[in-house]
Design a protein around this ligand. Structure first.
Ligand code: PEP
Ligand code: MG
Length: 538
């Protein structure tokens, strides 16, 4: 049995599908002659175009024409005689086909990244995709098509990036197992959002588990059993069927008002990372979105999303929620969330470094682009802005001034927008200590127990060696939560919690007692959380 961290509840029983890291190193490829290299390049380009056309057709049927248009753009770029002739020239100069592709594509990437125009920047990302695809074909690198794995697959990888996760079809994937990550890492958050059992931090999982092996992943205990015995299979099938029954019984809470047994009104909201997650939120009947982690829109790409792309994402969510509250958190990067193209300098202590609101205030254009997109999207629903990692009043005032500046610019250009309430995450001890003062400056609080637990206990939230201390039930963390709720109540502002502890059955009764208004949880925990609240009686 392999031990890891249970990061998303449920049992996955099936066959392992290993997702290996893609190695595009071509340093060992030897040059034969120009004609052979050109032939290899031509074959790879033909193959790329054929594969891309097939993908285009299926995308037109399933995901709509926008994604297909992007791929059609890739075909056009590669069909451009200039690109291919440049590659052939490089081959004439003694480069292998791989190096010719790499050199020419990098030249285009640098050129497209160097301008201030967002659409041109986007081209850089397209060329990077073309480059990777051509190199994969030339090097014969086999990649697993995650979206098309057989039913009952347990995906095993070093880590899952958001783009890998977005390809997962939850009908076919019965669990995921990774070598890295903790309960609050992005792969865990995404797995929970999709309701897929996950066991993370399994040391050497990709070496110890082989492709096609029978496997059971226990997302509660964080255990992985390879080659289970008949007895183990039977016992886990029984556990799985009990769990499914229990989940089915929770369906009674869909659309039910969240109100305690003694009549106090509360609300269960949901945490999302991508517009696609809203589907799951609506199915489970959340009363709002308490945290939209916008950094996921910035991950797995080579350039930052444009204002238009962000506007599209935020307004899609606002529309889908149909007038219910949508709390959009401004970019929260740094710490464990690296976005290479933003070129955040390596720091000795990234969790105490240039992250979240600190980074945004120092990178005004990026911050303003996001704020403008949010203010414009607010026309289509009930949006609020939430600022992450606040530690002092100055940060709030500075951010509010930026928001005002964006409003003035939008008004001046005649662009449609709406002013929105501004709130903060209380996730640092510093914010807790001055929560009475902060409550005078903002319209709501949301307690981020994931970071608050880490900063209060001085524990790195991703380090499994100190994970014993990482517990929101520690008296110091409980006091921090109580102080924050009381400050909000005294000032008469709304107070929610969007850290994972909001769904913790041990904590929910205390949160109700202290007066928490809104519990924002992962979509798969909405109904369980509502049930616990509805059964609560003082
Ligand atoms: C938190 O810190 O509790 C939180 C909700 O934010 P994140 O997990 O994205 O840091
Ligand atoms: Mg946080």
């Amino acid at each position: 049995m392999l031990k890891g961290i249970g990061a998303s509840q449920g049992y996955g029983i099936g066959k392992a599908v290993l997702i290996k890291d893609i190695n595009l190193d071509y340093s060992k490829v030897r040059y034969s002659d120009a004609a052979t290299e050109k032939e290899r390049l031509k074959n790879a380009a033909d193959e790329f175009i054929k594969e891309t056309q097939t993908l285009c057709e299926s995308l037109k049927e399933s995901a709509g024409s926008k994604e297909a248009e992007i791929l059609e753009g890739h075909i056009m770029m590669l069909n451009d005689p200039f690109m291919l002739s440049q590659m052939n020239d490089n081959i004439d100069n003694g480069f292998v086909a791989e190096k010719a592709v790499d050199t020419v594509c990098n030249m285009f990437i640098d050129m497209f990244s160097a301008t201030d125009d967002e659409l041109t920047n986007q081209r850089a990302s397209d060329v990077k995709d073309i480059k990777d695809s051509l190199l994969k074909i030339l090097l014969g690198v086999e990649t697993v098509d995650i979206s098309n794995v057989a039913a009952g697959s347990v995906l095993v990888a070093k880590d899952f990036t958001p783009s890998m996760t977005s390809q997962i079809n939850s009908e076919n994937v019965s669990a995921i197992v990774t070598e890295v990550g903790g309960v609050t890492s992005h792969s865990a958050i995404l797995a929970r959002a999709m309701g897929i059992p996950a066991v993370l931090s399994v040391i050497d999982a990709t070496k110890k588990i082989s492709d096609g092996q029978d496997i059971i992943a226990d997302g509660f205990l964080g255990e992985v059993i390879t080659d289970p015995s008949t007895q183990e299979f039977d016992s886990y099938r029984a556990k799985q069927s009990d769990y499914i029954k229990q989940k089915d019984s929770l369906k009674a809470y869909i659309g039910k008002e969240t109100i305690t047994a003694d009549g106090v009104k509360k609300a269960v909201y949901a945490n999302i990372g991508r517009p696609e997650d809203v589907q799951n939120v609506l199915q489970n009947g959340a009363e709002g979105i308490g945290l939209f982690r916008t950094e996921f829109l910035f991950m797995d790409r080579n350039t930052e999303p444009t204002e238009e792309e962000q506007f599209e994402a935020y307004s899609t969510v606002a529309r889908a929620m149909n007038g219910q509250e949508v709390i959009i958190r401004t970019l929260d990067i740094g710490g464990d969330k690296d976005i290479p193209y933003l070129k955040i300098e390596k720091e000795e202590n990234p969790f105490l470094g240039h992250r979240a609101i600190r980074y945004c205030l120092d990178n005004r254009e990026l911050f303003k682009k996001q704020i403008r997109a949010i203010l414009r999207a607010a026309v289509y629903g009930y949006i609020k802005i939430m600022l992450p990692l606040i530690t002092c009043i100055d940060e709030v005032n500075e951010a509010k001034a930026v928001i005002k500046e964006c409003e003035a610019e939008l008004a001046e250009s005649g662009t449609e927008y709406k002013s929105v309430p501004v709130g903060i995450m209380v996730e640092t001890p510093s914010a807790v200590f001055i929560s009475d003062l902060l409550a005078q400056e903002v319209e709501f609080f949301s307690i981020g127990t994931n970071d608050l637990t880490g900063y209060t206990m001085a524990v790195d939230r991703g380090n499994s060696k100190v994970s014993k201390l990482y517990d929101a039930m520690q008296p110091s963390v409980l006091r921090a939560i109580e102080i924050t709720i009381k400050s909000a109540k005294k000032a008469g502002i709304q107070v929610g919690m969007c850290g994972e502890a909001a769904a913790d059955p041990r904590l929910i009764p205390k949160l109700i007692e202290w007066g928490l208004d809104e519990f924002s949880v992962t979509p798969s925990s909405i109904l369980q959380t509502r049930k616990i609240i509805c059964e609560y009686k003082a």
